[in-house]
Ligand binder design. Sequence first.
Ligand code: ZN
Length: 174
Amino acid sequence: MKYKLIRTWRKTLALQLKGWVLIVRSPKLMPKFMIENFVSKHKNWIEKKMKVAYPKWIPVKKSDNEILELKKKAKQYIPERVEYFAKKYNKKYNKIRITSARTRWGSCTSAKNLNFSYRLIQADTKAIDYVIVHELAHLKHMNHSKAFWSHVEEMMSDYKYWDQWLKKEGRKLW
Ligand SMILES: [Zn+2]
């Protein structure tokens, strides 16, 4: 579990959630293993709090199994959704690849291959749609020109909201 450690001249350990960041306040000289123990002892409490604040929150450090599960879901859902939009807007792409990228939710190559991060599967379905539409628009415009954005808007009128949403909330999907 990831956390930000703040050491001060206090006597006890304390946990605090600031948004989705876990802050651990500890005495200045307390050994790291004691802090780690404290955090893992309170893991359930932290996860419960996180889930209330962010229903879609998934712990930052995912287990191998969780990652496999998400990748499986992404491989089922994303290509199908791409196909839906491709048919609707008459787009021809080559291959779809599911990647592990953290901040690049999607990309489009000059060979017309589309890449999507498996992490995206944890996002709101509208956010997923936005990334798909964004990459499909790159098949026509390989840049972020005005023409590109108006093409995105043709396919998804509220795309700006989801673009912002990913910028603000995207890290929760790591
Ligand atoms: Zn782009």
